[in-house]
Write a protein of this length. Sequence first.
Length: 411
Amino acid sequence: MNNTSLYLMRIFEEYEKRFAKAKTEKQFISPTLPEQREKILSGVKKMLCFDEKLVPTVSNANVQKQRDLETYVEYQVTYETWKDVYGSSTVMIPKSDKPTPVVFILCGHGSKGRLTESYSLMAHRLAKCGLAVIVPDNIGQGDRAFMGHWNVVSPFNAGLNLQGLIVAETLALINAVKNHPLFDSENICACGNSGGGTLSLFLTALAPELKAVASSGYPSEFSALLSKEKSHCACNLLKGCICGPEMWEIFSLFAPKPLLLSQGWHDDLIPREIAQKNARKVKAIYSSIGASENFKFELTVTKHPWAEEDRILISKFLCDAIGVTLCGQVDEQALINLLGDGSVTLPERAIDVDGLVFNLTGIETPKGITLQEIIAPTFNGEKIDPTTIDCNFNGLDVMRIFAQMEYALKN
């Protein structure tokens, strides 16, 4: 009898029970009551290890490339957020003599960051409708890949998390847009897919400036996603998310403003049925306050990344929310031929995530330390000794998976 395998099975079983117990013990909260909304908001901040003091100020903006595309101009822009942290965005601005509505396109894990084809096609589609568009590279993605993203652990070591930093930086960009004369501060919207769906979820709670939000490829349930037996990207790790507000509660904070949740029918990362359940709960809140017309849920016959059907759906929703005329037929093949090299170079002094975390907290993370060394997995309330289990059982990095689950269960 292989006792090591049975012991490992018992550990997995205990984590399953802990997830189920946390869900069972959660009390129903009505996001329609002010004190309950405040409780949800507090839970969101705790989940992100977020404090308003973390939000930087955007400075030192620099246009590195620009192209005149007849009715709008495309810029590739760099800027500084925190000290020595440099960002990169694609910015498209219509030729207009008055401030224009603006849409943030929030990226997921596309191979080229903000320049991934699906995001670029969405940006050009919206720009052709007369909307300004901003497509930022998230921390550690696209032209900022050198910063580290998927496996960074320094934020967790210092009492922060990566998603919280991404949210804080995005809020800084929204603040910059809100105060810029080229943009209509009353008509700022956001849309995002996958990791951008994660980011847009949290912006519905923390960015009251947003007029409308479209979120796809993520809206479902934390309990379903974080209980998966897989290694997650660091940006998907949220402190105590199993014990805190669920996604439907967070999205409900955006009511009564226009909100679109969509999901690919053939998405193999987000279970369709759970996306539908989340949407049913959000819809109930919108209906309960007489704003059902402002909430939409759509299933598209697509996979996980945005396809043309998704871009058509989301662009129509945003144009309707802002009150602008949707552009006519868009030839996406022509747009693909239009895509150029928008990559930019960031200053040599630009620091990575470890440097940012040290500057923010004064805590230096030892090189080579793993997530499971920072967030110790437990069984029966005791730390698990990795020498007592097969840490690569069935090809899984089981200690990292346990650490992810432990973090999601933290109260």
